[in-house]
Design a protein. Structure first.
Length: 622
């Protein structure tokens, strides 16, 4: 039976894992390039080629404006919400439909869902190559503090990539599954998840196969990218003081700075200092300029202290909402590559009074947990399906008179849940009311995320304050919200299902799915072309070496035929015509085989003749 995979769609790197058989340990699936992590990077080259992962990352310095990284920081968000994020990416982000943050490259626009689906397609192809079969089912993880729009957009990205998305699973819950926590006893767990682009803290109570989220809090504008950017600005400022040149105005120089900053951040997690050496970073009328600086861990930690400080309040709020203290925690789990920074680990230890659990790779733990859940959901893992009790990460409510956000379901309410409140009209003789559904923690409606609007019409005209309108919010176990409004006087009711405030229409999604399938076919064919070129070129080199060594023994007509076949292969070295390349390869292979047989036959005849001559000489001597 087809296997289901678990996917951690990360800001910096993405990981896919699978449980191959009942009782088996989860396996992290390597990429086609051999790594266990796939960089979450997509590049569009000047030649029209589309690159993903390691290949995309390699060419980023020379093609910064065409290389998209950290797309997770834009998915499901408005252009007006990502001002800080726009400033730290090399590509252009523009307002799309309904103010959605949209990537623009060479005049063409791509939604974050599209870019994410390209990364997911790559993971899907790698999984299929590893398992030797088609992969359709997947569990995809998201930060616990993602709002409704971000979750729905992530699900759409999976569907565009060709997955049947079994579930959107919170990363902390996935991590808890991977750590195997709660198997022997009831435990209260705090998961500290600091990735490349998001931060959240989740408190769970685990035991007897039940994973109950008690509270979650976080900051979806905080991640390892911000630590990198702090160091980038420091390096640029120091270089400008010395040379009078602002490297941030040169996109290629800035991309080199960002890559060096990320590398330095990683090195400083295990070293006390590192050297950043970027020769020929720029030039002026006096000649080329080089950047060569030593950065110590102390400098880096001092520089990024404000970012570390932003982690404290979400931690305190999560504990407060869970009605727990630090002493109540049994285990503290670190998730995300950015938790490798010593300053982060020290902060966690200081705040919780506990040594963090480091028994599982923080880069892979989320995908492993997702794979466990995927196997359980499809009945292929041989394990009992864990009971996951989640919460609403953000408050849900409606807009009331004066543009106020009136909360109906507070944040961290366990789901499924249902709440009903009675409202009335704000003006005399209204015949309809608009229900504006909101998500967020701000007191004014305009400052929160709008999830949708709908009308309850044909209510009897009456003075304001008289009509009684019942509004019900109902959230199921999959975090899908259904809202209904009913006029008590007439019993008239209107219902709407809020499945996410994504800006993509059904037609958009279907078009993107077709594009994804088309590109998948193009990518498959391109891979075949590259392999055919490589095989043909390798054979041509073998034949040329053969001709150098044995060319004087081969009849001129045979030699000319082989040389013509080699020339034909070399001419097609840059061709995209797969059939022509394969045909030329076959012709050369036939000629090569014929010449090889000829050489062996000539060698055999020569040896026979030599033996005969020796025999004749021996007879004459006798």
């Amino acid at each position: 039976m087809p296997k289901a995979v678990g996917i951690d769609l990360g800001t910096t790197n993405s990981v896919v894992a699978v449980v191959e058989s009942a009782g088996a340990e989860p396996t992290v699936i390597p990429s086609a390039e051999g790594g266990r992590l796939c960089p979450s990077v997509v590049a569009f080259t000047k030649t029209g080629e589309r690159l993903v992962g390691v290949l995309a990352r390699r060419q980023a310095t020379l093609n910064p404006e065409g290389t998209v990284n950290s797309i997770k920081r834009f998915i499901g968000r408005r252009y007006s919400e990502v001002e800080a994020e726009r400033k730290i990416v090399p590509y252009k982000v523009v307002p799309g439909r309904n103010d959605a943050a949209t990537v623009e490259i060479d005049g063409k626009q791509y939604t974050p869902e599209q870019i994410s689906s390209i990364i997911l397609q790559k993971l899907k192809a790698d999984a299929e190559a590893f398992l030797g079969e088609e992969v359709k089912d997947a569990v995809i993880t998201v930060p616990a503090y993602f709002n409704d729009s971000q979750r729905q957009s992530t699900k759409l990205a999976g569907e565009i990539a060709g997955f049947n998305v079994l579930a959107i699973l919170n990363e902390p819950t996935a991590a808890s599954l991977a750590y195997g926590l709660g198997k022997g006893k009831n435990e209260k767990i705090l998961v500290w998840d600091l990735g490349g682009g998001t931060f959240d803290v989740t408190v769970l109570e685990i035991g007897d196969g039940v994973f109950e989220v008690k509270a979650t809090n976080g900051d979806t504008h905080l991640g390892g990218d911000d630590w990198d950017e702090m160091l980038v600005n420091y390096l640029a400022d120091e270089f400008q003081k010395t040379n009078g040149i602002d490297l941030r105005k040169d996109r290629q120089a800035l991309q080199r700075l960002r890559e060096a900053a990320e590398k330095a951040k990683i090195e400083l997690s295990s070293m006390l200092q590192t050297n950043i050496n970027l020769p020929f970073i720029t030039a002026d009328q006096t000649g080329p300029k080089h950047l060569d600086m030593v950065i110590t861990r102390h400098q880096f930690e001092d520089l990024t202290r404000p970012l570390l400080g932003r982690c404290v309040e979400p931690f305190k709020q999560a504990l407060k909402d869970a009605k727990l203290s630090e002493k109540d925690l049994d285990e503290v789990v670190l998730v995300g590559g950015s938790t490798r920074m010593p300053a982060v680990q020290e902060l966690v230890k200081k705040l919780t009074g506990k040594e963090p659990n480091k028994t599982v790779n923080p880069d892979e733990v989320v995908a492993v947990g997702a794979a466990i859940q995927a196997a359980a959901l499809t009945g292929k893992g041989g394990a009992t399906l864990p009971v996951l009790v989640d919460v609403t990460p953000l408050s849900l409510g409606v807009e009331t008179q004066g543009g106020v956000m009136t909360v109906m379901i507070p944040r961290n309410t366990p789901v499924p849940t249902s709440r009903t409140e009675v409202y009335t009209t704000a003006a005399d003789f209204q015949s309809s009311v608009e229900i504006h559904v909101l998500q967020g923690e701000r007191p004014m409606a305009r400052d929160n995320r709008s999830l949708g609007r709908f009308q309850l019409t044909n209510i009897p005209p009456a003075p304001k304050g008289v009509p009684q309108i019942e509004v019900t919010f109902d959230i199921d176990a999959n975090n899908i919200l259904r809202v209904s409004a009913r006029d008590r006087a007439t019993g008239k009711e209107t219902k709407v299902t809020i499945t996410g405030s994504t800006t993509l229409t059904k037609a958009d999604v279907e078009r993107m799915m077709r594009d994804a399938e088309l590109h998948a076919e193009e990518d498959r064919r391109r891979k075949e072309v590259i392999e055919a070129r490589h095989n043909a070129q390798s054979l041509a080199s073998q034949v040329e070496n053969l001709l150098k060594e044995y060319g004087d023994r081969i009849p001129a007509s045979d030699k000319a035929e082989v040389e013509a076949a080699v020339k034909r292969v070399r001419e097609l070295a840059t061709s995209e015509d797969l059939d022509a390349i394969r045909s030329a390869h076959s012709q050369l292979e036939a000629s090569y085989r014929g010449v090889g047989e000829l050489i062996y036959r000539m060698a055999s005849e020569s040896q026979t003749q030599a033996a005969s001559d020796e025999g004749a000489a021996a007879s004459g001597g006798a």
